[in-house]
Design a protein around this ligand. Structure first.
Ligand code: FAD
Length: 332
Protein backbone atom coordinates (compact mmCIF):
# COMPACT_ATOMS: atom_id res chain seq x y z
CA UNK A 1 0.00 0.00 0.00
CA UNK A 2 1.49 3.38 -0.97
CA UNK A 3 2.48 5.55 1.94
CA UNK A 4 0.71 8.86 1.58
CA UNK A 5 2.03 11.60 3.86
CA UNK A 6 -0.36 14.21 2.51
CA UNK A 7 -3.03 15.42 4.89
CA UNK A 8 -6.52 15.28 3.38
CA UNK A 9 -9.24 17.30 5.05
CA UNK A 10 -12.90 16.75 4.31
CA UNK A 11 -15.26 19.67 4.92
CA UNK A 12 -18.87 19.14 3.80
CA UNK A 13 -19.66 21.35 0.81
CA UNK A 14 -16.02 22.29 0.15
CA UNK A 15 -13.25 20.87 -2.00
CA UNK A 16 -9.84 21.29 -0.40
CA UNK A 17 -6.44 20.42 -1.88
CA UNK A 18 -4.14 18.07 0.04
CA UNK A 19 -2.32 19.83 2.90
CA UNK A 20 -4.64 22.85 2.82
CA UNK A 21 -3.37 26.15 4.16
CA UNK A 22 -4.86 27.51 7.37
CA UNK A 23 -6.51 30.26 5.30
CA UNK A 24 -8.11 27.75 2.90
CA UNK A 25 -9.33 25.71 5.84
CA UNK A 26 -10.78 28.78 7.56
CA UNK A 27 -12.60 29.76 4.35
CA UNK A 28 -13.96 26.21 3.90
CA UNK A 29 -15.20 26.20 7.49
CA UNK A 30 -16.92 29.54 6.83
CA UNK A 31 -14.93 31.28 9.54
CA UNK A 32 -13.86 34.06 7.17
CA UNK A 33 -16.43 36.78 6.46
CA UNK A 34 -16.89 37.71 2.82
CA UNK A 35 -16.45 41.49 2.62
CA UNK A 36 -19.13 43.56 0.93
CA UNK A 37 -16.98 45.69 -1.37
CA UNK A 38 -13.34 46.64 -0.87
CA UNK A 39 -13.83 49.92 1.04
CA UNK A 40 -13.87 50.11 4.83
CA UNK A 41 -14.04 53.05 7.22
CA UNK A 42 -11.55 51.24 9.45
CA UNK A 43 -9.25 48.32 8.74
CA UNK A 44 -7.74 46.80 11.88
CA UNK A 45 -4.62 44.65 11.62
CA UNK A 46 -4.56 42.14 14.49
CA UNK A 47 -7.28 40.33 16.41
CA UNK A 48 -5.72 40.34 19.88
CA UNK A 49 -7.31 42.24 22.79
CA UNK A 50 -6.32 45.59 21.25
CA UNK A 51 -7.63 44.83 17.77
CA UNK A 52 -10.86 43.27 18.99
CA UNK A 53 -11.60 46.11 21.39
CA UNK A 54 -10.95 48.62 18.60
CA UNK A 55 -13.31 46.57 16.43
CA UNK A 56 -16.09 46.58 19.02
CA UNK A 57 -15.86 50.33 19.46
CA UNK A 58 -15.61 51.01 15.72
CA UNK A 59 -18.62 48.75 15.19
CA UNK A 60 -20.68 50.48 17.87
CA UNK A 61 -19.83 53.83 16.28
CA UNK A 62 -21.43 52.54 13.08
CA UNK A 63 -18.15 52.37 11.16
CA UNK A 64 -17.73 49.77 8.43
CA UNK A 65 -14.91 47.75 9.96
CA UNK A 66 -12.64 44.91 8.85
CA UNK A 67 -10.32 42.94 11.15
CA UNK A 68 -7.43 41.01 9.61
CA UNK A 69 -5.89 38.40 11.91
CA UNK A 70 -3.19 36.03 10.72
CA UNK A 71 -3.98 33.39 13.32
CA UNK A 72 -6.93 32.91 15.65
CA UNK A 73 -8.66 35.50 17.86
CA UNK A 74 -7.01 36.51 21.12
CA UNK A 75 -3.36 37.14 20.28
CA UNK A 76 -1.03 36.58 23.22
CA UNK A 77 -3.79 36.60 25.79
CA UNK A 78 -5.39 33.63 24.02
CA UNK A 79 -2.49 31.51 25.29
CA UNK A 80 -3.15 32.13 28.96
CA UNK A 81 -5.58 30.13 31.06
CA UNK A 82 -6.09 32.67 33.78
CA UNK A 83 -6.39 36.44 33.44
CA UNK A 84 -6.91 37.76 36.93
CA UNK A 85 -6.96 41.52 36.29
CA UNK A 86 -9.65 41.85 33.62
CA UNK A 87 -12.36 44.31 34.61
CA UNK A 88 -15.63 42.66 35.51
CA UNK A 89 -14.26 39.14 36.14
CA UNK A 90 -13.42 38.96 39.85
CA UNK A 91 -12.84 35.19 39.66
CA UNK A 92 -10.57 35.47 36.63
CA UNK A 93 -11.26 34.44 33.05
CA UNK A 94 -9.28 32.51 30.45
CA UNK A 95 -7.71 34.42 27.59
CA UNK A 96 -9.55 32.19 25.13
CA UNK A 97 -12.87 33.14 26.71
CA UNK A 98 -12.02 36.86 26.54
CA UNK A 99 -11.28 36.43 22.84
CA UNK A 100 -14.41 34.38 22.17
CA UNK A 101 -16.63 36.95 23.85
CA UNK A 102 -14.88 39.92 22.24
CA UNK A 103 -15.26 38.39 18.78
CA UNK A 104 -18.96 37.64 19.36
CA UNK A 105 -19.41 41.25 20.50
CA UNK A 106 -17.63 42.63 17.42
CA UNK A 107 -19.69 40.46 15.09
CA UNK A 108 -22.87 41.70 16.73
CA UNK A 109 -21.94 45.08 15.30
CA UNK A 110 -21.34 43.60 11.83
CA UNK A 111 -17.56 43.81 11.96
CA UNK A 112 -16.07 41.83 9.07
CA UNK A 113 -13.67 39.25 10.53
CA UNK A 114 -10.91 37.51 8.57
CA UNK A 115 -8.86 35.05 10.64
CA UNK A 116 -5.89 33.14 9.18
CA UNK A 117 -5.32 36.10 6.85
CA UNK A 118 -2.25 38.28 7.00
CA UNK A 119 -1.86 41.97 6.26
CA UNK A 120 1.35 42.00 4.28
CA UNK A 121 1.59 45.63 3.28
CA UNK A 122 0.16 49.00 4.21
CA UNK A 123 0.26 51.92 1.79
CA UNK A 124 -0.59 55.18 3.44
CA UNK A 125 -2.88 57.42 1.39
CA UNK A 126 -3.57 61.14 1.39
CA UNK A 127 -6.55 63.50 1.22
CA UNK A 128 -7.36 62.27 -2.30
CA UNK A 129 -6.41 58.65 -1.99
CA UNK A 130 -7.42 56.18 0.72
CA UNK A 131 -4.99 53.98 2.55
CA UNK A 132 -4.50 50.54 1.06
CA UNK A 133 -3.98 47.30 2.93
CA UNK A 134 -2.73 44.22 1.09
CA UNK A 135 -3.93 40.95 2.58
CA UNK A 136 -2.77 37.45 1.81
CA UNK A 137 -4.93 34.49 2.65
CA UNK A 138 -6.69 31.94 0.48
CA UNK A 139 -6.10 34.58 -2.25
CA UNK A 140 -4.49 38.02 -2.24
CA UNK A 141 -6.88 40.93 -1.65
CA UNK A 142 -6.51 44.70 -1.40
CA UNK A 143 -8.71 46.83 0.79
CA UNK A 144 -9.13 50.60 0.85
CA UNK A 145 -9.52 52.25 4.22
CA UNK A 146 -10.35 55.66 5.66
CA UNK A 147 -8.30 54.71 8.71
CA UNK A 148 -6.00 51.85 9.59
CA UNK A 149 -5.40 50.66 13.13
CA UNK A 150 -2.28 48.56 13.53
CA UNK A 151 -2.79 46.35 16.57
CA UNK A 152 -0.29 43.71 15.55
CA UNK A 153 1.07 43.24 19.06
CA UNK A 154 4.43 41.75 19.77
CA UNK A 155 6.61 39.15 18.19
CA UNK A 156 8.81 36.79 20.14
CA UNK A 157 12.56 37.22 20.46
CA UNK A 158 14.62 34.33 19.17
CA UNK A 159 17.83 32.77 20.42
CA UNK A 160 20.32 33.12 17.60
CA UNK A 161 23.81 31.76 17.16
CA UNK A 162 23.31 28.35 18.83
CA UNK A 163 24.46 25.70 16.32
CA UNK A 164 21.77 23.14 15.45
CA UNK A 165 19.04 24.87 17.45
CA UNK A 166 16.85 25.83 14.50
CA UNK A 167 16.77 22.26 13.16
CA UNK A 168 15.24 21.14 16.46
CA UNK A 169 12.36 23.62 16.44
CA UNK A 170 9.24 21.57 17.13
CA UNK A 171 11.47 18.59 17.98
CA UNK A 172 12.10 19.40 21.61
CA UNK A 173 12.81 23.12 21.17
CA UNK A 174 9.89 25.54 21.34
CA UNK A 175 9.30 29.29 21.33
CA UNK A 176 5.93 29.04 23.04
CA UNK A 177 4.44 27.03 25.85
CA UNK A 178 0.73 26.35 26.19
CA UNK A 179 -0.98 24.74 29.15
CA UNK A 180 -2.23 21.99 26.79
CA UNK A 181 1.42 21.07 26.13
CA UNK A 182 1.94 20.18 29.79
CA UNK A 183 0.87 16.50 29.69
CA UNK A 184 3.37 15.93 26.86
CA UNK A 185 6.22 16.76 29.23
CA UNK A 186 5.33 13.79 31.45
CA UNK A 187 8.48 12.21 32.88
CA UNK A 188 10.75 14.53 30.85
CA UNK A 189 13.41 16.87 32.11
CA UNK A 190 12.31 20.35 30.99
CA UNK A 191 14.38 23.52 30.58
CA UNK A 192 12.84 26.96 30.32
CA UNK A 193 14.78 30.08 29.45
CA UNK A 194 12.97 33.30 30.36
CA UNK A 195 11.89 35.28 33.37
CA UNK A 196 8.51 36.75 32.45
CA UNK A 197 4.81 35.81 32.49
CA UNK A 198 5.15 33.08 29.91
CA UNK A 199 8.10 31.37 31.62
CA UNK A 200 6.45 31.50 35.05
CA UNK A 201 3.14 30.13 33.82
CA UNK A 202 4.84 27.40 31.78
CA UNK A 203 6.92 26.33 34.79
CA UNK A 204 3.79 25.99 36.93
CA UNK A 205 1.95 23.96 34.28
CA UNK A 206 4.88 21.69 33.40
CA UNK A 207 5.84 21.05 37.03
CA UNK A 208 2.66 19.00 37.36
CA UNK A 209 3.91 16.44 34.82
CA UNK A 210 7.63 16.79 34.14
CA UNK A 211 10.43 14.94 35.94
CA UNK A 212 11.83 18.36 36.82
CA UNK A 213 11.65 21.90 35.48
CA UNK A 214 14.78 24.07 35.26
CA UNK A 215 14.23 27.79 34.74
CA UNK A 216 17.02 30.17 33.76
CA UNK A 217 16.45 33.86 33.36
CA UNK A 218 19.54 34.39 31.23
CA UNK A 219 20.55 32.95 27.88
CA UNK A 220 23.02 30.29 29.00
CA UNK A 221 22.34 27.84 26.22
CA UNK A 222 25.37 27.45 23.97
CA UNK A 223 24.65 24.15 22.25
CA UNK A 224 22.08 21.39 21.76
CA UNK A 225 22.33 17.64 21.27
CA UNK A 226 19.96 15.43 19.32
CA UNK A 227 19.42 11.71 18.76
CA UNK A 228 19.21 9.89 15.43
CA UNK A 229 15.53 10.86 15.14
CA UNK A 230 16.53 14.53 15.36
CA UNK A 231 14.87 15.00 18.74
CA UNK A 232 16.47 17.09 21.47
CA UNK A 233 18.38 15.02 24.03
CA UNK A 234 20.46 17.59 25.84
CA UNK A 235 21.57 21.19 26.25
CA UNK A 236 25.08 22.61 26.60
CA UNK A 237 25.36 25.47 29.06
CA UNK A 238 27.89 28.11 29.93
CA UNK A 239 28.24 30.70 32.66
CA UNK A 240 26.58 28.45 35.26
CA UNK A 241 29.72 28.29 37.44
CA UNK A 242 27.77 28.66 40.66
CA UNK A 243 25.80 25.53 39.83
CA UNK A 244 28.74 23.75 38.21
CA UNK A 245 26.46 22.75 35.38
CA UNK A 246 27.69 22.37 31.80
CA UNK A 247 25.17 19.93 30.44
CA UNK A 248 21.54 19.10 31.12
CA UNK A 249 19.90 16.03 29.59
CA UNK A 250 16.66 17.94 28.96
CA UNK A 251 14.33 16.60 26.27
CA UNK A 252 12.39 19.83 26.09
CA UNK A 253 13.66 23.38 25.87
CA UNK A 254 11.24 26.29 25.97
CA UNK A 255 12.68 29.64 24.92
CA UNK A 256 10.31 32.29 26.27
CA UNK A 257 12.44 35.32 25.67
CA UNK A 258 10.07 38.26 25.60
CA UNK A 259 9.04 40.17 22.54
CA UNK A 260 9.25 43.34 20.52
CA UNK A 261 6.70 45.32 18.43
CA UNK A 262 5.39 43.37 15.47
CA UNK A 263 5.52 46.24 13.03
CA UNK A 264 8.29 47.94 11.14
CA UNK A 265 8.29 51.56 12.10
CA UNK A 266 9.30 54.04 9.47
CA UNK A 267 12.97 54.96 9.76
CA UNK A 268 13.75 58.50 10.96
CA UNK A 269 14.04 60.85 8.00
CA UNK A 270 12.65 58.31 5.58
CA UNK A 271 9.67 56.07 5.44
CA UNK A 272 8.94 52.58 4.29
CA UNK A 273 10.77 49.36 4.79
CA UNK A 274 11.11 45.98 3.22
CA UNK A 275 9.66 42.81 4.58
CA UNK A 276 11.13 41.54 7.79
CA UNK A 277 10.68 38.15 9.28
CA UNK A 278 10.05 36.47 12.57
CA UNK A 279 9.59 32.75 12.47
CA UNK A 280 6.73 32.06 10.09
CA UNK A 281 5.38 35.57 10.25
CA UNK A 282 6.39 38.57 8.22
CA UNK A 283 6.58 41.87 10.02
CA UNK A 284 4.11 44.31 8.50
CA UNK A 285 5.98 46.80 6.32
CA UNK A 286 4.50 50.29 6.32
CA UNK A 287 5.00 52.47 3.27
CA UNK A 288 4.16 56.11 3.44
CA UNK A 289 4.12 57.51 -0.05
CA UNK A 290 3.00 61.04 0.75
CA UNK A 291 2.21 62.98 3.93
CA UNK A 292 -0.97 61.56 5.34
CA UNK A 293 -3.65 63.83 6.73
CA UNK A 294 -5.85 60.78 7.05
CA UNK A 295 -5.50 59.05 10.38
CA UNK A 296 -3.27 56.06 10.62
CA UNK A 297 -3.09 54.97 14.19
CA UNK A 298 0.03 52.98 14.76
CA UNK A 299 0.68 50.70 17.66
CA UNK A 300 2.46 52.37 20.54
CA UNK A 301 3.76 49.05 21.57
CA UNK A 302 6.89 49.20 23.57
CA UNK A 303 7.84 45.59 24.09
CA UNK A 304 8.70 44.67 27.64
CA UNK A 305 12.46 45.19 27.89
CA UNK A 306 14.24 42.36 29.63
CA UNK A 307 14.84 42.79 32.53
CA UNK A 308 11.73 44.95 32.51
CA UNK A 309 12.28 48.38 34.05
CA UNK A 310 8.65 49.26 33.35
CA UNK A 311 5.43 47.28 33.61
CA UNK A 312 4.78 44.77 30.84
CA UNK A 313 1.85 45.60 28.55
CA UNK A 314 -1.38 44.17 29.87
CA UNK A 315 -4.59 43.21 28.09
CA UNK A 316 -6.63 45.79 29.92
CA UNK A 317 -4.21 48.57 28.94
CA UNK A 318 -4.41 47.49 25.31
CA UNK A 319 -8.18 47.56 25.42
CA UNK A 320 -8.21 51.11 26.81
CA UNK A 321 -5.63 52.37 24.31
CA UNK A 322 -7.60 51.09 21.36
CA UNK A 323 -10.87 52.56 22.49
CA UNK A 324 -9.02 55.88 22.41
CA UNK A 325 -7.53 54.98 19.01
CA UNK A 326 -10.96 54.47 17.47
CA UNK A 327 -12.21 57.73 18.92
CA UNK A 328 -9.24 59.54 17.37
CA UNK A 329 -9.72 57.92 13.97
CA UNK A 330 -13.43 58.60 13.96
CA UNK A 331 -13.20 62.25 14.90
CA UNK A 332 -10.40 63.13 12.47
C1 FAD B 1 1.36 33.80 28.92
C2 FAD B 1 0.81 35.19 28.99
C3 FAD B 1 -0.01 35.56 30.05
C4 FAD B 1 -0.54 36.85 30.11
N1 FAD B 1 -1.37 37.14 31.15
C5 FAD B 1 -1.94 38.36 31.23
C6 FAD B 1 -2.86 38.68 32.29
O1 FAD B 1 -3.15 37.86 33.15
N2 FAD B 1 -3.39 39.92 32.30
C7 FAD B 1 -3.09 40.86 31.35
O2 FAD B 1 -3.63 41.96 31.42
N3 FAD B 1 -2.22 40.59 30.33
C8 FAD B 1 -1.64 39.37 30.26
N4 FAD B 1 -0.75 39.09 29.26
C9 FAD B 1 -0.39 40.16 28.31
C10 FAD B 1 -1.47 40.30 27.22
O3 FAD B 1 -1.69 39.03 26.62
C11 FAD B 1 -1.00 41.30 26.15
O4 FAD B 1 -0.73 42.54 26.77
C12 FAD B 1 -2.08 41.50 25.11
O5 FAD B 1 -2.39 40.27 24.46
C13 FAD B 1 -1.61 42.49 24.05
O6 FAD B 1 -2.67 42.64 23.15
P1 FAD B 1 -2.47 43.16 21.66
O7 FAD B 1 -3.78 43.00 20.98
O8 FAD B 1 -1.80 44.49 21.69
O9 FAD B 1 -1.38 42.20 20.98
P2 FAD B 1 -1.37 40.64 20.73
O10 FAD B 1 -2.08 39.93 21.81
O11 FAD B 1 0.05 40.31 20.45
O12 FAD B 1 -2.21 40.46 19.40
C14 FAD B 1 -1.72 40.87 18.15
C15 FAD B 1 -2.42 40.05 17.09
O13 FAD B 1 -2.06 40.58 15.81
C16 FAD B 1 -1.87 39.50 14.90
N5 FAD B 1 -1.00 39.98 13.81
C17 FAD B 1 0.28 40.42 13.91
N6 FAD B 1 0.74 40.81 12.70
C18 FAD B 1 -0.28 40.63 11.83
C19 FAD B 1 -0.43 40.85 10.43
N7 FAD B 1 0.55 41.37 9.69
N8 FAD B 1 -1.63 40.54 9.85
C20 FAD B 1 -2.65 40.03 10.59
N9 FAD B 1 -2.57 39.81 11.92
C21 FAD B 1 -1.40 40.10 12.53
C22 FAD B 1 -1.25 38.41 15.77
O14 FAD B 1 -1.48 37.12 15.21
C23 FAD B 1 -1.99 38.58 17.09
O15 FAD B 1 -3.14 37.77 17.15
C24 FAD B 1 -0.22 37.82 29.14
C25 FAD B 1 0.62 37.45 28.07
C26 FAD B 1 1.13 36.16 27.99
C27 FAD B 1 2.02 35.78 26.82
Amino acid sequence: MPHDEDVHVAVPGAVLPPNPSLAALAVALKLVDEPKGDWFDVVIVGGGPAGLSAAVYAGTEGLKTLVIEDDVPGGQVGTTTDVANYLGFPDGISGFEIARRALAQAKKYKVCWQPAHQATELRIGDSKKPHEVVVSGAAESKYKAGAVVIASGLKGNTLDGVPGLEALLGRGVYYSALSVDAPETKGDRVAIVGGGNSAGQAALHFAQYAKDVNVWTKYNVTGVKADADKQLTGIELSGMETLDLQHLDARRLYLLLGSKPNVRHPAPGGLGSGPGSCGHRRTLPVHRQVPAPLPVVQARLTGPARPAPRPAPRSATRVREWVIAVKVTHHN
